[in-house]
Design a protein around this ligand. Structure first.
Ligand code: HEC
Ligand code: HEC
Length: 321
């Protein structure tokens, strides 16, 4: 190897070491960053919101959970801090220490790495994720994306991580609502903050009641059901073909130039790949079709299609190659 090549290899090695060091050293900041959405508010209004949030959630270095957050959510200051420590070790390189997507892993472009908007894609409710949904995402990862699987973590570690993600989502969504309210009302009262905190916590409190339960158990596979699924896929009622293409591989006319809520480009999934992002069990596919994928253009079909039709589609998708 020439001397020049050798020194290049050495330089690349050095760069790599610096990169790994920078990732490992991602420290916990003293304050939460100012959100872009608040930039239109007056300085005093921004300070008022920040003070309210510090009162109820503490700072990144010492998170607290105030009494505004219902105890049934199972969040407490110690648990959140424990979750943050684990999050820093395992997740921060992509999601950022504060879970706001400010990770330094430059190649993790796709996806909701920002949890502060409180929107999650792969849920059994078509909205707020249950504990089980988040556990599945973390343990199994999200196939076809950078989100790896963390199968080696213990139950209590997973629980702490989930609580940290929940804490970030609740704090973040409340912050966004207070910013919007401040814009309309001009000032915040304790009463208003209390009401808003209750509203933001509500979907997490009642999440188990919102799990989609098919009105019909999965029918046994049959040629008839498969044919029904195929016809529906190509129908103008279900419109699956429009985004996913007639062969399910993507590339339909309605699927061009789509964005998700985090401003990433998204493409309709290639449904012939068996390793679905949201899971490959029949019920996972049912949830995806019935509840849609929040934050993306993939629509929820449970008000349009019957349970039998959704099962028929699900069976058809499984037959695609
Ligand atoms: C190598 C990068 C990477 C690491 C490390 C990582 N994630 Fe992710 N994560 C992603 C990407 C990318 C997505 C978005 C995927 C998508 O949009 O389909 C994501 C999505 C998620 C979601 C959202 C799922 C949904 O339904 O929307 C959760 C929750 C999550 N990650 C939790 C974690 C936790 C907890 C850890 C640490 C144990 C972690 N992630 C580590 C890259 C990563
Ligand atoms: C407006 C466009 C659009 C329509 C119409 C549409 N989809 Fe999708 N679909 C998407 C997009 C975009 C994604 C990928 C979202 C993501 O992962 O970020 C997706 C993802 C999916 C997934 C998830 C696959 C996985 O990896 O977990 C399934 C299943 C699916 N679609 C089935 C259907 C079915 C069945 C229909 C018809 C009832 C349909 N889609 C209609 C845009 C659409």
């Amino acid at each position: 190897m020439s001397l020049k090549r050798l020194s290049l290899v050495r330089e690349m090695g050095l760069l790599w070491i610096i990169f790994v060091f920078a990732v490992a050293c991602q420290s916990i900041p003293d304050r939460y960053p100012v959100r872009a959405e608040s930039k239109s508010l007056a300085e005093a209004q921004q300070v008022a919101i920040r003070d309210e949030l510090v009162k109820h959630f503490g700072s990144p270095k010492s998170p607290i959970v105030s009494s505004l957050i219902p105890p049934s959510l199972g969040l407490d200051s110690k648990g959140v801090l424990a979750g943050q420590v684990l999050f820093k070790t395992h997740c921060a390189k992509c999601h950022g220490v504060l879970g706001d997507g400010d990770g330094r892993w430059l190649d993790a472009r796709r996806g909701p790495r920002d949890f502060t908007r409180g929107v999650f894609k792969f849920t059994s409710t078509g909205g707020t994720p249950t504990k089980l949904d988040l556990e599945r995402t973390i343990r199994q990862g999200i196939p076809q994306t950078r989100m790896n699987e963390f199968s080696e973590l213990s139950d209590s570690e997973i629980s702490a991580l989930i609580n940290y993600v929940k804490f970030i989502a609740i704090r973040g969504v409340l912050e966004l609502r207070l910013i919007a309210l401040m814009g309309e009302e001009g000032e915040l009262t304790d009463e208003l903050v209390k009401e808003e905190a209750a509203l933001v916590s509500k979907p997490w409190e009642s999440v188990e009641e919102t799990v989609i339960v098919p009105e019909l158990e999965e029918p046994a596979p049959s040629q008839k059901l498969l044919a029904e699924g195929r016809a529906l896929f190509q129908s103008d009622r279900a419109k699956c073909y429009d985004c996913h293409g007639a062969d399910g591989k993507g590339g339909g006319a309605g699927g061009e130039n789509l964005k998700d809520n985090w401003d990433n480009d998204v493409e309709p999934a290639d449904l012939t790949l068996k390793d679905y992002r949201g899971g490959k069990r029949s019920i996972d596919i049912y949830y995806r079709i019935a509840g849609g994928i929040p934050g993306t253009p993939m629509p929820a079909m449970r008000k349009v299609l019957s349970a039998k039709e959704i099962w028929a589609l699900s069976q058809y998708l499984k037959s695609l190659e």
